[in-house]
Write a protein that binds this ligand. Sequence first.
Ligand SMILES: Nc1nc2c(c(=O)[nH]1)N[C@H]1C(S)=C(S)[C@@H](COP(=O)(O)OP(=O)(O)OC[C@H]3O[C@@H](n4cnc5c(=O)[nH]c(N)nc54)[C@H](O)[C@@H]3O)O[C@H]1N2
Ligand SMILES: Nc1nc2c(c(=O)[nH]1)N[C@H]1C(S)=C(S)[C@@H](COP(=O)(O)OP(=O)(O)OC[C@H]3O[C@@H](n4cnc5c(=O)[nH]c(N)nc54)[C@H](O)[C@@H]3O)O[C@H]1N2
Ligand code: SF4
Ligand SMILES: [Mo]
Length: 700
Amino acid sequence: MAGRQQVYSVCGMCSVRCPIVVEVEDGKAVRIEGNPKSPLKGSLCARGAAGIALEMDTERPQRPLIRVGERGEGKWREASWDEALDYVAGKLKDITAAHGGRSVLFSDRGGPFVDLHQAFVRGLGSPNYCNHDSACARNVQHAAKSVMGIGRKEVVYDYRNCKHLVLQTRNILEAINVAEANAVLDGMEKGCKLSVVDIRATYTAGKADNFYMVRPGSDLAFNLAVIHVLINEGLYNKPYVEAHVQDLDALAQHVATCTPQWAEGETGVPAAAITALARQLAEAAPNVIWHPGWMVARYDDSFHVCRTAYIINALLGSIGAKGGLPIANKPGDVGRKGLKKLVDLYPAPEEKRADGVGWRHTQFDGGPGLINLAYDAIVTGDPYPVKAYICYRHDPLMAMPDAEAMKRKWEGLDLLVSVTFSWSDTAWHSDVVLPLSTYLSRESIIASKGGLKPQFFVRKRAMQPTLDTKADWEILCGLAKRLGMDKLVFDRIEDIWEYQLQPTGVTMADFDAKGFVELCDAPKYREDAELKFSTSSGKLEMISPKWTKAGEPSLRPYAAPPAPPQGMFRIAFGRTALHTQGHTVNNPLLAEQMPTNVAWINTARAAELGIADGEMLEVLDARGTAAGRIRAFVTDFVHPEALFMVHGFGHRLPVESRARGKGVADQELMPGGLERYDRAGGGISMQEHFVAVRKAAARA
Ligand SMILES: Nc1nc2c(c(=O)[nH]1)N[C@H]1C(S)=C(S)[C@@H](COP(=O)(O)OP(=O)(O)OC[C@H]3O[C@@H](n4cnc5c(=O)[nH]c(N)nc54)[C@H](O)[C@@H]3O)O[C@H]1N2
Ligand SMILES: Nc1nc2c(c(=O)[nH]1)N[C@H]1C(S)=C(S)[C@@H](COP(=O)(O)OP(=O)(O)OC[C@H]3O[C@@H](n4cnc5c(=O)[nH]c(N)nc54)[C@H](O)[C@@H]3O)O[C@H]1N2
Ligand code: SF4
Ligand SMILES: [Mo]
């Protein structure tokens, strides 16, 4: 590739996958910007702009590695790709011959490109495809299913036409999706009101019309009181509720005593403020979005908080409405054909899932299951032995609590493979590391994205890899070839694209103009009469028969979260605009921008403990084990019960010179946390842990 070129592609610095255009000079990426032909209009976030530094960084796995020491010891031998793929395929052959295809577990980071992964897992004859989501949005997904019968991404957040947006446990201007942040700001310019419910004043809260600092873990009380006001003051959308809502009476009865006065005692938010919010929402209805949240693997009742968010939207008539949560269109909804699926190359396995999803836990989505529960099968052999685990761009040792417990569960694995583009705790603990090319030097399969205007998009390779790394399809098709999975053997990415596009009438040339292909010209909204939900009643269900059958009440009475023991705090965490989870902390540019996290402590609590702003602290978990050193950030803007820190820091690997030893890892403060999850929604309850702090001794 000589000279200067522009390549349309897709950012990979986080899971949002913004459309980008990469400027390439003499075969090297020199500049990245947001795709000007997309709604991003050229804009990008700081992490997206740091992509070239990732490609150039040599502190990532440089070629395939096979473990020679004990797991986690960091002793490797370098291998050629042929040798590494032969090794993994050989092990998989032995394991599946002895224990069946079902003994292979696979987890990834979810998202639009997983069709290829799912095809690979099916080709092995395993039902055990999982993703990361029990540590992220599973409670939202299941809440959406329980109320609407459809998943959380099957409705759109129509921020640009919204008149009142409520963000609860959602920091939209720092936990970034660029297009979404832009849409929110555009909506606000047109007069949309913003209300933020958080345990601390975020940057987003700084822009809000209303900010409610709630007691950590008390959101359900807040929401029940809003529902109480909407029903008791007759503020809900009666024709809509009449047509689309099932079991309103049961809901009314459930919230009868949940007055704003009661909620004030639980949440710390004045009753009058809660009442006023409900009235403001009713005025703006149906152009209202009460955001159900994203990262809500936090509490034992987070599923119910998300459910009540959907219920409030239902009462206001915003589900399905323009300016609210209109239904997303798939290709078929706009008269087009969807992509041909790679997963359909193989029949769905009849075997039940190792994590119990779909048979032991009947209310949960079978698609990605619940990875943390699948680990138990490694230990118990129930329902059958799990012997191989492929972690595909997933770092469970950092993404879930209690890494030591997880490592013990993995001891029964005969093979642990990590496919990753950066070092991670999981890669370090693996038997084989297969280094993935960065998003700048690999292509993806074509993805389909639902929305008001559904589209197809694809990642193109902007440059050749700097290190000895490979693309997803090269790795998986390389394994498929060695495993005799002939249907999944593609030698060229163009052949995969051609296969996917077969039914669609779209060609690869159609992507040249903008980098993506829209499947209709104008946004398509549905009329009220067209609304029909995929629940058993066809309505929005206040009581879900599916959850009832699983022994989970749909309307759970509020139980106040326990207060932290004397002198302790509840651990709380979230994102920063400058990093993605833990995997950009070693990026040369981003490490310079934000090298460490800090511990947010309320001013009054800090005074009680004699802690000054900027002082170095140790944070101790509930057993009294110290997790590392972190600077105190003393502020009025965090709830007194919470100790907040940005997730992703506290790295310990010797191969990451910039990240090592900086800050504290929140997931290290959750002993036993792998077993603590929301039984109704499946999300891990990561904020059900208490911590203490003490002044750190001066370093010798
Ligand atoms: N204690 C605690 N735990 C948490 C969280 C928390 O706030 N606190 N957050 C939770 C949330 S919301 C999530 S989503 C999970 C995330 O945790 P994970 O699902 O593990 O996701 P990542 O850290 O984004 O990526 C995992 C690995 O994939 C590699 N990777 C490979 N290919 C790519 C690529 O194309 N793009 C990117 N971006 N990475 C790639 C990265 O190098 C990284 O090592 O963690 C969850 N766990
Ligand atoms: N820059 C950047 N953007 C990202 C990511 C990233 O790593 N970096 N990750 C992406 C991913 S995977 C996800 S899942 C999303 C997450 O997106 P969000 O869920 O919006 O982000 P978080 O910062 O995890 O959490 C949002 C807020 O919840 C608050 N909170 C904590 N406990 C409580 C509580 O009890 N009640 C209430 N009401 N609020 C509480 C926190 O203070 C925080 O401000 O962000 C995505 N976008
Ligand atoms: S939000 Fe930022 S990091 Fe994530 S895909 Fe978009 S530009 Fe990249
Ligand atoms: Mo997430």
